[in-house]
Design a protein around this ligand. Structure first.
Ligand SMILES: [Zn+2]
Length: 868
């Protein structure tokens, strides 16, 4: 990716030289199927006599006019930059270019629906892909007002950040084989926003008109998706979430929603969950559920709707100055969306979901060799591209939650309100927020910021309990263990809960909290006087309530209670905390993987939190296929599959658990009898009451059968004729990549990695095939690709766009071969040594993959002696 980078130093120099005023951007979307005409007129002031550059990635620049004078594109347009010499105090620049439609989800993405040939477009600009659509000073602190004009087929909807006027034009354009009229959409200029939240969405999208009540009055709030998904779009649910968010945020922020309307569009082939374009939010279309889906996904969509809405204030109205404050942007949105969901939606257990999902993500990321302080040093764009990670989102949000507890929620919002009042329509840095929080709360945040934001790593809290001869607690302390590389002791305010097992007359056990204290911890060992003298309970939970960001351990007695009774907690939060602790112990080699599997299978039947079930089933899969000793893995996996099938048969018909158990069963099934069962479900010979054999479940089963060596290309093609949709194509790509033959694996690899220029799969198909590639029962199928993996890294990183390269390098790392290929780690080390000159971001991805192997080897050794 050389030639498209931008360093922080360059951005600072440019912001010192240039102040942007406004952009007029004309896009003609009728010029061809591969490019569109882009005319960008930029008005900006500058230090007279200075020179600078503007960013553009385009196959051809037709003209550059600076202050009435033509500049030759042949000499001025080099390396994705247009040089601008000898600036005046006030400048006007017009650049006319043909820009390329993308199939990578970056810039202006073009998707053709296989069902009807219709074209759908959407833009995705963060981090730095605005320049793929128009000439722009691509950095977040050069805010401006943007006015778009778009020419497109007249049967389309064309959306941007502002409302528009549509006028018919002369002439026609051929679209999906039909001659269509042409129209022009003129959008009113935006307020001052950063370029990365500008947007264009265009195509024959299905529209549901809606509105929200705001302090400003009734605002238009429409919901869109592809026509093919219209019947599944539950716009009323999305609008209900949206309205709750509007009311909650306007009240908490004491600042009106900053834009004129709020459109939400579910777009095809999207790389992330959603994007906070000002007033024009785009979402992954998988959030329109065409099949029965786990409730966890539905809840996640609500959180995502609320997350993007929070960005309208934090991110779009007040914007980070540079990408080093990306964490604050994302953490704020993540914290606010969870708080809002917990307080005003039906997801009152949103913090349990947060514990199960976000915190496990944060702890995982924070233990990688590449972990970094929340306040990362972002030297250039390539640094930030790999930083949309568990530190930036999940650890940041965890720490922010803890900060809110520390300063007080009312004080927190008082500070935030002042921050919005001072910096709206402008840019800010972390200190600007901390200053307001200090003023509102009277607390000094310098020390807090130092240990939490400037230093990386997660500590482990381990209780040490001594009993006297009467069974009372004689001494109680909590050790804070720090990783060697990040030896920072931190202060924590935590809850400690005592739990006992109560058995009723019918013999049913429940685990109930009998006492709770809140204490401050600091340093390597803290004595907890409050716990001394009480009768030793069956289970003691450190960090009860989950305010602290720290891994926790269970003492031996508590662990034994947990293993026997974890399903019997009456409260969801401690149950989730205990399971998280067990998973951390497993990941750290302190609990055998097969013991963790037994624990999960023993308690999951009664788990009623969908996200917890989803998380546990994923962890179960990792434990059995990666962390179990290789000699025991196959048998343990079959046994777990058998248990999951019993659980599925025993689950309430139509329940969320039933669906999740069947899916997990399919992904672990490997014996002949188990594969026969999958085939029988597909054939309709086995039917589970309440479980529809819909499109996505069918693909799950078919993919499992492909991985099991039962079906190949023919069965997949046949299913694709029954589900000839874009979603079906994606599912087929996964199933095809899972076919258990060396030839099929090589064909998938070649399509992913060795495609001729211009023949690359679109992003969504690439992601789907990458997923399927690593689904194997016999890991020997992957062995030939170790050489090919290390051989392709430099080329793929250089030739592909960031999203595409990262997906391949992460997704194809042969971690499944840990413990199966003896020199796997040596290969990674040798590559790193031989490629010391590779970009840090690429080396980071390889180090992370290699660390996954290291952890697997440690855990396989820890599991080897487990007897069950
Ligand atoms: Zn976000």
């Amino acid at each position: 990716m050389p030639g498209t980078n931008l360093t922080r130093a360059e951005a600072e120099a440019r912001a010192a030289a240039v102040t942007t005023d406004s952009y007029d951007i004309e896009l003609d979307l009728t010029t061809s199927e591969t490019t569109f005409r882009s005319t960008s007129t930029v008005r900006f002031s500058a230090t007279p006599g200075e020179s600078t550059f503007i960013d553009l990635i385009a196959p051809s620049v037709l003209s550059i006019t600076l202050n009435g004078e033509a500049l030759d594109p042949a000499t001025h347009f080099v390396d994705s930059r247009i040089s601008l010499p000898a600036l005046a105090a006030e400048n006007e620049l017009t650049v006319v270019a043909d820009c390329a439609y993308m199939n990578t989800g970056e810039g202006l993405h073009r998707f053709v629906d296989p069902e009807d040939g219709e074209v759908y477009l959407y833009s995705q600009f963060e981090v730095a892909d605005t320049r793929r659509v128009y000439a722009v000073f691509e950095q977040p602190d050069l805010k401006a007002s943007f006015a778009f004009t778009v020419t497109a087929p007249d049967h389309w909807h064309v959306l941007s950040n502002s409302p528009s006027e549509k006028t018919a034009l002369e002439g026609t354009v051929s679209n999906a084989g039909i001659d269509r009229g042409v129209a022009r959409w003129t959008f009113s200029p935006t307020t001052r926003i950063p370029c990365y939240v500008t947007a264009i969405v265009a195509g024959p999208y299905h529209e549901v008109q809606g509105s929200v009540e705001s302090n400003k009055g009734t605002l238009s709030a429409n919901v869109y998706c592809r026509k093919a998904l219209a019947e599944f779009l539950d716009a009323d649910v999305i609008l209900d979430d949206t309205q709750k968010g509007f009311s909650f945020y306007e009240e908490k922020f004491q600042m009106d929603y900053p834009f004129e309307k709020y459109d939400q569009i579910f777009v095809p082939e999207f790389n992330a969950g959603a994007m906070e374009n000002a007033g024009c939010v785009t979402f992954l279309e998988d959030y329109v559920f065409r099949s029965k889906t786990a409730q966890a996904r539905v809840e996640r969509r609500t959180i995502t709707v609320l997350h993007e809405l929070a960005h309208m204030w934090f991110g779009d109205l007040v914007t980070m100055k540079w990408w080093n404050d990306l964490w604050l942007n994302e953490s704020f949105a993540e914290f606010m969306s969870t708080l809002c969901a917990a307080e005003v939606t039906k997801y009152s257990d949103a913090w349990v979901t947060f514990n199960s999902l976000e915190k496990s993500w944060a702890y995982r990321q924070d233990q990688l060799p590449s972990t970094h302080p929340i306040m990362a040093e972002i030297r250039d764009l390539e640094d930030v591209e790999v930083n949309f990670d568990g530190i930036t989102y999940a650890k940041g949000a965890s720490v922010l939650r803890q900060l809110v507890a520390y300063v007080g929620q009312d004080e927190f919002f008082a500070g935030v309100q002042e921050y919005f009042r001072k910096h709206h329509h402008s840019n800010a840095v972390l200190t600007d927020l901390l200053v307001e929080l200090e003023a509102a709360s009277g607390r000094d945040l310098a020390a807090w910021s130092d240990v939490w934001l400037q230093k990386a790593g997660v500590t482990t809290l381990r209780p040490v309990i001594e009993e006297d001869s009467n069974g009372d607690i004689a001494a109680f302390s909590v050790l804070q263990e720090v990783p060697e590389e990040w030896p920072t002791q931190r202060p924590h305010r935590i809850g400690i809960g005592a739990y006992d097992v109560v058995t009723d007359e019918a013999g049913d056990a429940t685990v109930k909290r009998t006492s709770y204290v809140e204490v401050d911890l600091d340093g390597a060992r803290t004595e907890i006087a409050e716990m001394v003298g009480i009768r030793r309970p069956a289970l003691i939970l450190v960090n009860d309530g989950d305010l602290a960001y720290a891994k926790v351990r269970l003492d031996e007695v508590s662990l034994a209670t947990a293993v026997e009774h974890v399903g019997s907690f009456t409260d969801a939060m401690p149950r989730s905390m205990v399971l998280s602790a067990a998973w951390d112990m497993t990941r750290d080699g302190e609990m055998p993987a097969r013991q963790f599997a037994d624990l999960v299978l023993g308690c999951i039947a009664t788990e009623d939190q969908s996200t917890v079930v989803l998380t546990l089933l994923r962890q179960l899969d990792t434990a059995l296929t990666l962390y179990a000793a290789p000699s025991a893995s196959e048998e343990a996996t079959r046994a777990a599959a058998a248990s999951l099938w019993s659980l599925a048969l025993g689950a309430e018909p139509g329940s969320d658990n039933q669906l999740q158990f069947v899916r997990a069963y399919a992904s672990l099934a490997s014996s002949d009898a188990q594969l026969d069962t999958l085939q029988a479900i597909i054939d309709g010979k086995i039917q589970l009451e309440g479980l529809p054999l819909d499109a996505d479940l069918t693909w799950d089963l078919l993919t499992a059968l492909a991985a099991g060596g039962r079906v190949g290309e023919v069965a997949i093609e046949l299913q694709l004729t029954k589900d000839a949709t874009a979603s079906g194509q994606r599912r087929a790509a996964t199933a095809r990549a899972a076919i258990a033959t060396p030839e099929a694996k090589q064909a998938t690899w070649d399509a992913l990695v060795n495609a001729a220029e211009g023949e690359d799969m679109p992003n969504a198909l690439q992601f789907a095939a990458t997923q399927g590639f690593s689904i194997v029962h016999d890991t020997a199928l992957l062995e030939p690709f170790v050489d090919q993996y290390f051989g392709m890294l430099r080329r793929v990183y250089k030739d592909k766009t960031n999203e595409m390269a990262t997906n391949l390098i992460e997704g194809l790392y042969p971690v499944e071969l840990a413990g199966r290929v003896p020199d796997l780690q040596d290969r990674a080390f040798a590559w790193l040594e031989a490629n010391a000159d590779a970009h840090d971001a690429l080396k980071r991805l390889v180090r992370e993959g290699s660390d996954g192997v290291r952890r697997a080897l440690v855990n396989q050794a820890a599991d080897a002696a487990y007897e069950g």
